[in-house]
Design a protein around this ligand. Structure first.
Ligand code: AMP
Ligand code: GLY
Length: 429
């Protein structure tokens, strides 16, 4: 079968690499892809942006693509699945109405309240005067979120009332996130340990993927600004069997059932970003309507099952007839980023040195994100550039092997966190 992967980041490289292992898959098109997808067996990059829905639709129709997998949220929220489905093109992802779980934080919060899904208390505002009165009455720190998509930058954690009012004004005026900020969600600040819980969903049935945890902050010790994720590992020891069951019962099934009852059943990867409090209760911080990045890289390295087959089963509403086989080892991925990320525009075009020639065995893999091929070299193109991922019998082994490979790679102003997996290492110690 022919598969189209939409997107060009590390997650899409991991999806392409994994799909390439399927005997059922003969060709993979990646739109637009990156320097890593360009060199995967069976894969070809197509110069179409992930947000150019008409061009993607034309391409899928012309090539008679058998399955489309959509990596990033923007095309999902914009309705790519609805458009493909109208043309009977098989696509694994949620329709626009279900993708509102990520596309509108106000929608997601109302939905959770309605279905009694545990989450932080909140209020929604579109008028600055109302927001200002509310801010005065609330304890700090407080969390302010732009309602719409803001490229992973729309969440601010503020320590005092003045700063909160200033951020709210900038958002509500459209100055700070454009239309995405014209409505804001204020949230109670939650403490605890974060975990990512990602499932495949076919509208009714749920197949949980292996658990994972990412590191959102830029600097070691979970300090510095929020990023898209500086590294991730799977499994996440914080999610034990009891908590796993509770997450399914208290978060995932109420979400999937609630959307089905509303007439907008959820199909695709469903990602719940959770805060686990000190009593081990899960609270939803956010929903994403897609696979996580960089969680996809370690999770897919551990997946033994055929991803293309699972996606086709989901499109037939038959995920209940499947189970996923996992490598019991731990996988850990370290993101290598370009200087300036995530706050400034990053310089592109630096030559990346020390990349392993081809495959590095089945237990290590360098997934590309912001890269492209040029002049016989691999060049940087963007903030998060690579995710170096390794499997190990223990999280310590995976970490050692990933960092051994990381230290061979370089370009000017490359940086990475030295402590990916630190919580899992101490929990297993
Ligand atoms: P989100 O995109 O909503 O997941 O937010 C990005 C990050 O902000 C999360 O991964 C958390 O680290 C942090 N965050 C979001 N909401 C809260 C909250 N209510 N309390 C504490 N931290 C939060
Ligand atoms: N790693 C967080 C995300 O994909 O949103």
């Amino acid at each position: 079968m022919k598969v189209l992967v939409v997107g060009g980041g590390g997650r899409e490289h991991a999806l392409t690499w994994k799909l390439g292992h399927s005997e059922r898959v003969s060709r993979i098109f990646v739109a637009p892809g990156n320097g890593g997808t360009a060199t995967e067996p069976k894969a070809t990059n197509i110069p179409i942006s992930a947000e150019d829905l008409p061009a993607l639709l034309d391409f899928a129709r012309q090539e008679q693509v058998d399955l489309t997998l959509v990596g990033p949220e923007a095309p999902l929220v914009a309705g790519i699945v609805d458009r493909f489905s109208e043309e009977q093109l098989p696509v694994f992802g949620p329709c626009a109405a279900a993708a509102r779980l990520e596309g509108s934080k106000a929608f997601a919060k109302r939905f959770m309240q309605q279905h009694r899904i545990p989450t932080a208390r909140y209020e929604v505002f579109s008028d600055f005067r109302d927001a200002r009165d509310y801010i005065e009455s609330m304890p700090v720190p407080m969390v302010i979120k732009a309602d719409g998509l803001a490229g992973g930058k729309g969440v601010l954690i503020v320590g005092d009332h003045e700063q909160a009012a200033c951020c709210a004004r900038e958002m509500l005026s459209g100055e700070r996130f454009g239309d995405a900020g014209r409505q804001v969600v204020f949230e109670e600040f939650l403490r605890g340990e974060e975990a990512s819980f990602i499932c495949m969903v076919d509208g009714r049935h749920v197949l949980p993927l292996a658990t994972s945890q990412d590191h959102k902050r830029r600097d070691a010790g979970d300090e510095g600004p929020n990023t898209g994720g500086m590294g991730a590992y799977s499994p996440a020891p914080v999610v034990d069997a009891v908590l796993h069951r509770r997450i399914l019962d208290e978060v995932i099934y109420p979400t999937v059932n609630g959307l089905a009852e509303q007439g907008t059943p959820y199909v695709g990867f469903l990602y719940a970003g959770l805060m686990i409090d000190s009593q081990k209760n899960p609270h939803v911080l956010e929903f994403n309507c897609r696979f996580g990045d960089p969680e996809a890289q370690p999770i897919l390295m551990r997946m033994h099952s055929d991803l293309a087959e699972l996606c086709m089963a989901a499109l037939a509403g038959r995920l209940d007839e499947h189970a996923i086989q996992w490598d019991l080892r731990t996988a850990l991925g370290v993101v290598l980023a370009a200087g300036g990320y995530p706050l400034e525009a990053c310089k592109s075009g630096a030559v990346i040195k020390g990349l392993p020639a081809a495959e590095t065995g089945s237990s290590r893999k360098v997934f590309h994100a912001g890269t492209r091929l040029g002049d016989g070299a691999v060049l940087t193109q963007g903030g998060r550039v690579l995710c170096v991922t390794a499997l190990g019998d223990t999280v310590r082994d995976a970490r050692r092997d990933a960092y051994d490979l990381v230290r061979q790679i370089s370009w000017p102003q490359m940086f990475y966190r030295e402590d990916i997996g630190h919580r899992a290492v101490s929990e297993n110690a």
